[in-house]
Design a binder for this molecule. Structure first.
Ligand SMILES: Cc1cc2nc3c(=O)[nH]c(=O)nc-3n(C[C@H](O)[C@H](O)[C@H](O)COP(=O)(O)O)c2cc1C
Length: 373
């Protein structure tokens, strides 16, 4: 029997489990059209909102490269060296809902067998703001979107009731998910921020609110580096900088750590993995930890803006891997390594002596002396 790359994720059928994530590769009709022609199983649109958006006066994204010969890690010192990460401070789509609506319809009419997920975002500080989520959801699904991804994770919002500030508040994660679920006729995914103490808390809140899947990671809060020659941030406007987000290879280990926490806590939940994927070997980490789909941004941006070669490599890599191991579908290997991530004290010690994870039985943390009185 042949290899079948198609998957069913949250009830949606995908030709393959590889999606372009919400970002510049999915910011326009022409990009999304090119992405589907190149073979991506699905796209998540650049996040659509109702509030006005104006980006900074200067580049919105740059790529950090490690040059081992020169010993530099830099955005500006040439294209030589290995890609370390992307850094961006781009806001959500600067196009309006009215601009997006007919385009969603046209794209779905042209590619009925490809999946278009609408990424949406609004505030959460008032009933009016919560209503914006409902409006965005209603319009996008009426135009034919196959599902929603709630942006609870944009790391560069000043507003305390928006983006990753929602993702940092478990109550708001539940409330916003619930509000969209009230009107949604299609699956709802919650994209969480990795920037919290314990992402299992927010994932649980999203699931309690009715989320059909949890998505992670968005970019990690970070700053560009300071150039030692000029003493300026490598990316700035008039010398000023603001917190932005790190993506690409540098975040892969951190992102799979977050994913492992969630898939272990919710083994029956649906998860879409993002962060540092450019070929199948990286995507495989997410699948083996339990993800049913994965998404790509940085690698696609660097490959003709929508990743035509990246998707070919991903599909070929998955096919080759499955043929070699005689797997027929993703379900044959999804989650195979989820239970290998355990607490520290469960890892074998060199001899038979046990380790109690730092608790007092170990001997070097004496119990507190009870107060006399
Ligand atoms: C320039 C840029 C813009 C982005 N815009 C959005 C966005 O509008 N909505 C969103 O949910 N994520 C956004 N992201 C985050 C990506 O979708 C993705 O989660 C992140 O880059 C990690 O994936 P990667 O390592 O493949 O880049 C953006 C990322 C970049 C680099």
């Amino acid at each position: 029997m042949g290899v079948d790359l198609s998957v069913s994720f949250t009830g949606i059928r995908f030709n393959n489990p590889f999606l372009l994530s919400s970002a510049p590769p999915t910011e326009s009709e022409s990009n999304i059209t090119r992405a589907f022609e190149a073979g991506w199983g699905g796209v998540v649109t650049k996040t659509i909102g109702l509030h006005p958006v104006v980006n900074v006066a200067g580049p919105k994204t740059k790529f950090l490269r490690a040059n081992t010969e020169a010993g530099t890690l830099s955005m500006n010192k040439g294209r030589a060296g290995a890609l370390h990460s992307s850094w961006n401070w781009e806001l959500i789509s600067d196009k309006t809902l009215d601009w997006w609506a007919p385009r969603i319809r046209r794209i779905k009419q042209a590619f009925p067998d490809r999946v278009l997920i609408a990424s949406i975002m609004a505030g959460s500080g008032s009933d009016r703001e919560l209503d914006h989520w409902r409006t965005l959801a209603r319009v996008c699904q009426d135009e034919g979107a196959d599902g929603f991804e709630l942006n609870l994770s944009c790391p560069h919002m000043d507003r305390a009731d928006m983006g990753s500030n929602i993702g940092k508040d478990q109550k708001l994660c539940s409330v916003v998910t619930q509000v969209v679920k009230e009107v949604a006729r299609v699956p709802v995914w919650a994209k969480l921020t990795p920037s919290t103490t314990d992402i299992v808390v927010e994932a649980g809140a999203a699931f309690r609110g009715g989320a059909d899947a949890v998505v992670s990671s968005n970019t990690y809060p970070s700053l560009p580096l300071i150039d030692p020659d000029t003493l300026e941030f490598e990316m700035n406007v008039d010398g000023l900088v603001s917190s932005g987000g790190l993506g690409g290879p540098a975040i892969l280990p951190q992102s799979i750590a977050k994913m492992a926490q969630m898939t272990r806590a919710f083994p029956d939940g649906s998860f879409s993995g993002i962060g540092g994927i450019s070929d199948f070997s990286q995507a495989l980490n997410y699948f083996l930890l339990g993800c049913g789909t994965v998404q790509v941004c940085t690698a696609a941006m660097l490959d003709h803006a929508v990743g035509p070669n990246v998707i070919k490599t991903l599909v070929a890599g998955m096919r080759e891997f499955m043929e070699k191991r005689e797997y027929q579908r993703l379900e044959d290997f999804r989650g195979l390594r989820r239970d290998r991530v355990v607490s520290h004290s469960e890892i074998r010690r060199p001899d038979d002596s046990g380790y109690q994870g730092g608790y007092e039985a170990e001997g070097y943390a004496p119990p507190p002396v009870p107060a006399r009185g």
